[in-house]
Design a protein around this ligand. Structure first.
Ligand SMILES: Cc1cc2nc3c(=O)[nH]c(=O)nc-3n(C[C@H](O)[C@H](O)[C@H](O)COP(=O)(O)OP(=O)(O)OC[C@H]3O[C@@H](n4cnc5c(N)ncnc54)[C@H](O)[C@@H]3O)c2cc1C
Length: 385
């Protein structure tokens, strides 16, 4: 007979790790029988997960780098922003996942199955999970696999955040170690929202990443050409070594991911819409969503309750619509934001922690004809649902 578990977590990535750690941290859930299924074939999936937060945080012992300043650059702007009460932090993804693994290993009630899940079948009170060469059952499945229907729907993705980055080592000490470059629009692919993002590790080493918020996909060589040009012309580095490459594509969308939940199967992470649509960041939002989800589970509530704010999804949707219609506009929109608003308001807004008054202050300078058009389009959609 198949082994039965209270909860199955499919995928021990960003969301799965947050959920597992959260379940093990609560007295109400720490003794549940939990199974985690992942084939753990992520050798090539080393990512740098960066985020901002006020002061000390829950994962500080795992953090590899921190910064107190951020630059916003464009042809006529070079603004160094003091992050004030915030710190920008990075965690290497294997460090976070290994932390979850190590923590869970101390719990006899947590089982790991190192296999990819093939499919799940929902019965009245349980789910059968079929994985390569076996199966088990669970009362609830928390599933990080993106539903294939998501990619089939024509309008499910508004923009892609796609990027390639190199961790480079230069012979000369060129990097300012306490400042990241959030966005540098001096070099960009014409007609698109594209920019360079730089995370210094020390004076000689940094992640230099060319990023698009666009529908347009590009060949690998395009990122390489922009990075080579940036390193030579903007960082004035003649000779460097590539220590590591990271690459990815994150859907930027205000799509309603709740439609992929089934009775007893609940989507988490990217698959559940946990990525902030207008930024592509998800490490911190996964932390708070995992906490809310586990609270909902304990209270016997709908697992999605209070996970999403309709108001902020509305703002995200307008922002993405504006950038999708006129992709060139991104540099101006973000310049407006980063040069006119205090950074603490921007971070609070992106963390969905602002008051309506603060939101108006942020949105008003961004107002343009496309913004107004999409505001009313999205507003009317709210009443159609
Ligand atoms: C290169 C890169 C850099 C990034 N940088 C940042 C950043 O700086 N800050 C930030 O907030 N976000 C960043 N992101 C985005 C962030 O990584 C994702 O949003 C986040 O990982 C999504 O979490 P997730 O749990 O949904 O997916 P993942 O973290 O990808 O985890 C999914 C897990 O599911 C497993 N899985 C998949 N299919 C199966 C199956 N059939 N059976 C069993 N297991 C399965 C996979 O092995 C994986 O472990 C970055 C992304 C990339 C690619």
């Amino acid at each position: 007979m198949d082994s039965h578990y209270d909860i199955a977590i499919i995928g021990l990535g960003c969301a799965g790790s947050h959920v597992l750690l959260e379940l093990l941290s609560r007295t109400e859930t720490r003794d549940l029988n939990i199974v985690v299924l992942d084939d753990f074939s992520r050798e090539s999936m080393h990512k740098t997960w960066s985020y901002w937060e006020r002061g000390a945080g829950k994962w500080d012992t795992l953090v590899s780098n921190t910064w107190q300043y951020a630059y916003f650059k464009n042809t006529d702007v070079d603004k160094k922003i003091d992050l004030k009460g915030y710190t920008y932090k990075s965690i290497d993804s294997p460090d976070f996942i290994n932390h979850a693994l190590e923590k869970a290993t101390a719990f006899e009630n947590v089982t790991f199955i190192k296999k990819p899940v093939l499919n799940c079948t929902v019965h009245d009170t349980f789910v059968t999970i079929n994985y390569a060469l076996g199966s088990c059952t669970a009362s609830l499945v928390l599933d990080s696999r993106i539903d294939p229907d998501f990619f089939k729907k024509e309008d499910s993705i508004t923009l892609d955040q796609h990027f390639k980055g190199w961790v480079i080592q230069s012979e000369q000490p060129v990097f300012e170690t306490n400042a990241i470059v959030m966005m540098d629009y001096r070099l960009r692919d014409p007609g698109t929202t594209s920019f360079m993002y730089v995370l210094p590790h020390n004076a000689h080493t940094a992640l230099v990443e060319f990023t698009y918020f666009s529908k347009k996909q590009v060949a690998d060589s395009v990122y390489d050409d922009y990075m080579n040009q940036y390193i030579k012309d903007y960082l004035s580095i003649d000779s460097f070594k590539i220590l590591h490459t990271e690459q990815g594509s994150i859907p930027m969308t205000a799509h309603d991911f709740a439609i992929y939940n089934k009775p007893l199967i609940h989507k988490i992470g990217t698959a559940g819409g946990w990525v902030k649509p207008s930024t592509g960041y998800s490490f911190k939002s996964s932390e708070s969503k995992a906490a809310q989800l586990v609270s909902n589970y304990i209270a016997g509530r709908n697992l999605n309750q209070n996970l999403f704010s309709k108001k902020f999804r509305f703002y995200d949707a307008i922002m993405l619509d504006v950038l999708a219609e006129d992709n060139e506009r991104g540099a101006a929109v973000f310049q407006n934001l980063y040069t006119k608003q205090p950074i603490e308001n921007i971070f609070a807004f992106l963390d969905e922690e602002t008051s309506f008054k603060q939101e108006i202050a942020i949105m008003l300078p961004l107002t343009s004809w496309p913004f107004i058009k999409f505001f009313f389009k999205r507003f009317s959609q709210l009443f159609k649902k």
